[in-house]
Write a protein that binds this ligand. Structure first.
Ligand SMILES: [Zn+2]
Length: 398
């Protein structure tokens, strides 16, 4: 797998012999027939429908970068030596080709609609000679597809957000990076209390995009779709407002900063709980108490547990009874049960029929808290009772 960077290919060259299929709604060829614009793994042409093709042309007029374009080198054949197909950039190149072939007009700096043929010679020359930044890759289709997701340039492995920043480069990414990828932004310090990651590697920007699109870290589709849709916006206020909303919410509910807060799924928690009223003083007392409770082995779960009103103790990974404690309690209960002729499960012993005299084996029983953990019961021998599995489960469900 090789990749060569080319910065010498102009719009005029790329759009030479551009063919647009009106029926299928897509660009087919460019570069005098040597460029296949629509390989099968590309999306269909969406820019015309989304009104984005005008924005592409405006970018060229204003001298903005169009972002990286990726070509894949196609096996040479006699009829088409040095042929390529587009790996990424199909939408941008189709927009340019459609403009050059007079499919639509664009407003110039004076607000006058101009077709390609109607532009001043000077503007057209500038347009024609605009140079792309193109990576030309050479590899098998499966290599190309894999590479497309983790593009490696000059030995630096780009992460998913960095790839997205280059694929969707434009005014939106520039404006968003100025806020979320800017290490001299004085807010980064505050945000770092809640967000884990590296500003330079785009972790804060990625988190902001995940929050506004209400998506999780594993699935990038919603983030990529959002970046594509806003690509030519210079206004990032929706992204910024949502992000600030989440941060303000966390700091208003949890007054004290704790290191375990860093990297929690705050976007999801905000969505679930930001309409619930909380008394931050009471919240702080609850958090404090749980921090001091030795039975709570997952301190990071405390914040979600408290937000949920204490409904879900499994978040805290409450420490269970030690094996030695369970065996001691089992031996004691079983000896007493044999003496009195009743079951060694106190709940069974209370029942009239069935298992009221049954002596369960150790492996058929489980330990339970006499006073529930949620009511202050501890996980020590004084608070341990062995129940048969049936009664243990019945109790656990209450
Ligand atoms: Zn029982």
């Amino acid at each position: 797998m090789n990749a060569v960077l080319r910065t010498d290919i102009t719009i005029k060259e790329i759009c030479a012999g551009f063919v647009y299929n009106e029926l299928e709604g897509k660009g087919l060829f460019g570069l005098s027939g040597r460029l296949v614009i629509q390989p099968e793994y590309q999306r269909n042409y969406l820019y015309a429908a989304n009104n984005m093709e005008e924005a592409v042309i405006q970018s060229v007029f204003k001298g903005y970068p169009l972002g990286l374009i990726y070509f894949n080198k196609v096996k040479d054949d006699e009829n088409a030596p040095g042929a390529f197909e587009i790996l990424d950039g199909q939408q941008r190149i189709t927009s340019l080709g459609r403009f050059v072939t007079e499919k639509f007009a664009v407003k110039d700096a004076d607000g006058v609609s101009q077709y390609y043929s109607g532009m001043s010679d000077e503007l057209r020359r500038k347009f024609d000679n605009y140079k792309f930044t193109i990576f030309i890759c050479d590899g098998t289709e499966s290599e190309i597809k894999a590479w497309f997701h983790t593009i490696n340039i000059a030995g630096i492995a780009l992460n998913a957000q960095e790839v997205a920043n280059s694929v969707y480069s434009g005014p939106f990414v520039s404006a968003a990076k100025a806020v979320f990828s800017n290490s001299s932004n004085s807010n980064i310090n505050k945000w770092s209390a809640y967000i884990r990651g590296n500003v330079i590697r785009q972790d804060f920007l990625e988190r902001a995009l995940q929050w506004v699109t209400k998506s999780s870290g594993k699935d990038r589709d919603a983030v990529d779709e959002y970046m594509s849709r806003h690509r030519f916006d210079s206004d990032i206020s929706e992204l910024k407002k949502y992000f600030d909303g989440v941060i303000d919410w966390i700091s208003s509910v949890f007054k004290e900063l704790r290191s375990d807060m860093k990297g929690l799924e705050w976007g999801r928690l905000f969505e679930m709980y930001h309409n619930t009223p909380y008394d931050s003083k009471k919240i702080e007392e609850q958090v404090n108490k749980l921090y001091q409770d030795e039975a709570v082995t997952n301190k990071r779960g405390i914040f979600e547990y408290v937000l949920g009103g204490g409904d879900n103790p499994s978040l805290l990974n409450i420490r269970f009874f030690e094996e030695s404690v369970k065996k001691t309690v089992y031996a004691r209960q079983t000896a007493a049960a044999k003496k009195s002729g009743k079951s060694n499960c106190p709940d069974c012993a209370r029942e009239k029929s069935g298992n009221s005299k049954k002596i369960w084996e150790y492996k058929e029983m489980d330990a339970d808290h006499v006073t529930a953990w949620s009511k202050g019961g501890e996980s020590n021998i004084k608070n341990c009772v062995m129940l048969c599995k049936h009664h243990n489960q019945a109790k656990g469900n209450k």
